[in-house]
Design a binder for this molecule. Structure first.
Ligand code: DQA
Length: 149
């Protein structure tokens, strides 16, 4: 069984109470359950993580690269939070490992402040999904399931 790695960056641990008018009231623990059920329905295993630290996310993408080499990675779903708009290190990690990665945002970043319109992740990602709320996580997993052979 292949694994989907769902990685969440800074401040996503605050989901549920953080700006609910933008991100909704679903907690990260509930998002994990939603991802588990999406993975189960596609015959995939889930590895779900969150960190507020850029280097930790880089390490996890490198870990995903090892799973890829072992033939056991379906892909990565990455909500890098604000690091989306700043992190060349995450861009390089995705490129350097060659993992199939979906960039995900709960909100429609293009309908928000202009500093959210640029992403360092997008040029290295297979696909980009934003604006579907937390349901986007399930959609991203379905997309990876369709690609995984
Ligand atoms: C976000 C959008 C980012 O601009 C923001 O910094 C986040 C969350 C989203 O899921 O909509 O932390 O990635």
């Amino acid at each position: 069984m292949k694994t989907v790695l769902v990685l969440n960056g800074p401040n996503l641990n605050l989901l549920g109470s953080r700006e609910p008018q933008v991100y909704g009231t679903t907690t990260l623990a509930e998002v994990e359950k939603l991802c588990a059920s999406a993975c189960a329905s596609h015959g995939l295993a889930l590895d779900f993580r969150q960190s507020n630290h850029e280097g930790v996310l880089v390490d996890w993408i490198q870990e995903a690269g090892k799973l890829l080499a072992a033939g056991s990675l379906a892909g990565v779903v990455l909500n890098a939070g604000a690091l989306t708009h700043t992190s060349i290190a995450l861009h390089d990690a995705i490129k350097g490992t060659g993992v199939t990665l979906v960039e995900l945002h709960i909100s429609n970043v293009h309908a928000r402040e202009s500093f959210r319109h640029h992403s360092y992740i997008s040029p290295a990602a297979k696909a980009v999904l934003c604006g579907f709320g937390v349901q986007g996580y399930a959609l991203a997993i379905a997309g990876l399931a369709g690609l995984a052979v």
